[in-house]
Design a protein around this ligand. Structure first.
Ligand SMILES: O=C(O)CCC(=O)C(=O)O
Ligand SMILES: [Fe+2]
Length: 382
């Protein structure tokens, strides 16, 4: 498989030997200000030249961690080796899957195994994760649902964007949330109902987003990350068809770590089903009427996989574009929630509460560990 320089993602570049000496990997501040412009106007050429300059595949020093008042802790930037691997990708094999009303592309793999392995280990260790609980009302009875996986989310809907405010010093502390139309600070009321302030996408995920955007020809403003700790973690049958994603949304979904089954079923035609085995580094891209007509899930597995380099876990990263403020409320509610933060503990080989003083392990008496999905106000169940 031939190596694909990052330049091929963005614009045609002169041959590598003629390329100017590089700059370090982009900091979160640089990327966020660039990303913010996506939602003001179509600046693909501007974006290309920016990334051109910044996403150079040569060796470079470690960028400082991404920090922001909305983060529970600083988030490491990509280590130079991983940055280099991600910026010299081979072209991904692509397999369209044809079924009625299904628009699905399967990249197997999207990232080479060494790159995926490093990215899995890095993201699991670097991101803040949550084990969200929430209440639903059924037959006038309030039930508490425990989300059966770890989750986290970054981004904001297209009414707002993060912009680097050079007057507030260096680093991402200076990222301000601006209104897309007026380019002035977002009124406080806009996200008042949000469980936490919207979070800018950290450098490590922003680089990944640029690569996925180029490959899929779409723009995204949200990154949702799932961590399935073991075979009993899952996501129930659902479709990502909320109106806050607009009609016919594109969802790109990258798998890292342990192989898990991805099941799909048509909403009305029971005989139409699909089962894909999602391996380390593979990506499915769902487009068009797929969300309207089909549902998908990652079921629990009967057999437990432990040990090995994955420790039995799986990281899933989905890239989406939210067009309404309701999207921001919903995604933070169901992927951050109001419990405590978890972080990977390498010594123990598991997620542990980041702040021991937090209420992260509190679960309600009526705990229901069954299938659930919190992507919409009305919870869908499998
Ligand atoms: O883990 C996966 O592959 C699917 C995740 C998913 O469907 C979602 O987050 O909406
Ligand atoms: Fe989904």
């Amino acid at each position: 498989m031939s190596k694909r320089p990052i330049s091929s993602f963005f614009t045609k570049l002169p041959p590598p030997q003629k390329r100017p000496r590089l700059t370090p990997p982009p900091s979160q501040k640089e990327i966020s200000s660039q990303a913010s412009s996506h939602f003001q106007k179509d600046i693909s050429s501007e974006t290309s030249s920016h990334l051109h300059k910044e996403l150079s595949p040569e060796a470079s020093p470690q960028s400082p961690p991404s920090t922001h008042p909305s983060y529970p802790h600083p988030i490491s930037s990509l280590p130079p080796t991983l940055y280099t691997l991600l910026t010299t990708l081979p072209p991904p094999p692509t397999r369209p899957i044809t079924k009625p009303s299904l628009n699905l592309t399967f990249h197997h793999p999207f990232l080479p195994s060494k790159t995926s392995k490093q990215l899995y280990t890095f993201l699991r260790a670097s991101l803040p994760f949550y084990r969200v609980t929430y209440s639903i009302k059924r037959d006038n009875l309030s039930t508490v649902v425990n989300t059966p996986r770890y989750t986290t989310v970054f981004g904001v809907d297209s009414n707002s964007y993060f912009h680097s405010n050079s007057s507030s010093g260096s680093g991402s502390e200076g990222l301000a949330l601006l209104d897309t139309k007026s380019n002035t600070p977002v009124p406080k009321e806009r996200y008042k109902a949000c469980i936490c302030p919207p979070r800018p996408i950290p450098q490590c995920l922003e680089i990944l987003k640029s690569i996925v955007e180029r490959e899929t020809g779409e723009r995204y403003n949200f990154i949702l990350v799932n961590y399935y700790a073991d075979s009993s973690d899952s996501i129930a049958f659902h479709s990502d068809d909320e109106s806050f994603l607009g009609p016919n949304p594109t969802i790109a979904s990258l798998s890292l770590g342990t192989t898990r089954d991805f099941l799909m079923k048509h909403k009305s035609e029971k005989s139409l089903t699909l089962k894909l085995s999602l391996n380390n580094g593979e990506m499915v891209v769902m487009k068009g009427e797929t969300q309207r007509m089909w549902m998908h899930s990652i079921p629990k597995r009967a057999n437990t996989i432990k040990g090995g380099w994955t420790g039995g876990g799986r990281v899933n990263i989905t890239f989406r574009k939210g067009v309404k403020t309701a999207c921001t409320m919903n995604y933070y509610r169901y992927n951050v929630g109001d419990g405590g933060v978890f972080r990977w503990d390498d010594g123990r080989g598991e997620m542990v509460p980041f702040d021991q003083g937090s209420s992260s392990t509190t679960t309600a008496a009526a705990a229901d560990d069954d299938d659930d999905y919190g992507d919409s106000a009305a919870v869908k169940e499998g």
